[in-house]
Design a protein around this ligand. Structure first.
Ligand code: C5P
Length: 229
């Protein structure tokens, strides 16, 4: 059993308005539903867990029923930081005995089903895999407004989601990070927790279309992209 975990409990309103960005309409449909549809139609996904603000759980349950999704959904209260939301979801799905969990941000609606399957298949082989794209820019590490060093661009990738892991590995990585008091706000993606355990994580080449809708500019781009997606 492979389970998708969709963290959607952020309160980010950087796009303006009162609604968190994952609930803003894109082509008339909340962004999160575009994302959920990709996982609903991906044949390698058996169930979907969504971490939500507590205030949204009932409404989301109703909306999912109305939209006639067929896969089992588990709606989980989110936590203070993204990584807390992920841990809540991991604990909530323990009873399903998942083999692979696939974490994907609610605000990346342009994910392809083939890329979801690709990270799952690599994670089955080696335990963990993430979608990432090689950087085209030269990356500088900066301290106090001055360049501290230039990183070797040939080795730099931009991490995206989905990120897929053997369930036990991601749970252990989350527990270890908390035992070691890693601040939640530094846990900006899931693979870094697994890196801390020294476990191998494969890179699967992603697509620049898999944007994370964060700023008003991203939202404008998403509106253009959705008409041809
Ligand atoms: O804030 P950021 O853009 O990194 O959020 C990425 C994803 O994590 C979003 O889908 C957001 O809703 C989710 N999130 C969450 N719980 C939080 C914070 C963010 O599920 N406490």
């Amino acid at each position: 059993m492979n389970v998708a975990i969709i963290p959607a409990a952020g309160s980010g309103t950087r796009l303006g308005g009162k609604l968190p960005k994952q609930f803003l309409p894109l082509a008339g449909i909340p962004i999160i539903f575009h994302t959920l549809l990709r996982f609903e139609i991906c044949q390698d996904i058996d169930a979907i867990a969504i971490a939500l603000p507590v205030s949204e759980i009932v409404e989301m349950g109703d909306a999912i029923s109305e939209r006639a999704f067929h896969k089992p959904f588990h709606l989980v209260p989110g936590g203070r930081e993204r990584s807390d939301s992920i841990l809540n979801a991991l604990e909530a799905i323990a009873g399903l005995s998942p083999e692979i969990v696939v974490v994907h941000d609610a605000v990346r609606p342009f994910i392809s089903t083939s890329d979801i399957s690709a990270v799952i298949n690599r994670a089955k082989e080696i335990g963990a895999a993430i979608l990432a794209i090689p950087t085209v820019d030269t990356i500088k590490e900066v301290e106090d407004g001055l360049i501290a060093r230039t990183l070797d661009r040939r080795k730099i990738y931009r991490a995206q989601t989905p990120q897929a892991f053997r369930y036990d590995l991601l749970l252990k990585a989350n527990q270890a990070a908390r035992e070691d008091n890693v601040p939640s706000e530094l846990m900006t993606d899931d693979s870094l927790l697994v890196e801390r355990l020294g476990a191998p994580i494969a890179i699967v080449n992603g697509s620049p279309d898999n944007i994370k809708i964060t700023t008003p500019e991203d939202f404008k781009l998403a509106e253009k992209m959705i008409s041809t997606f």
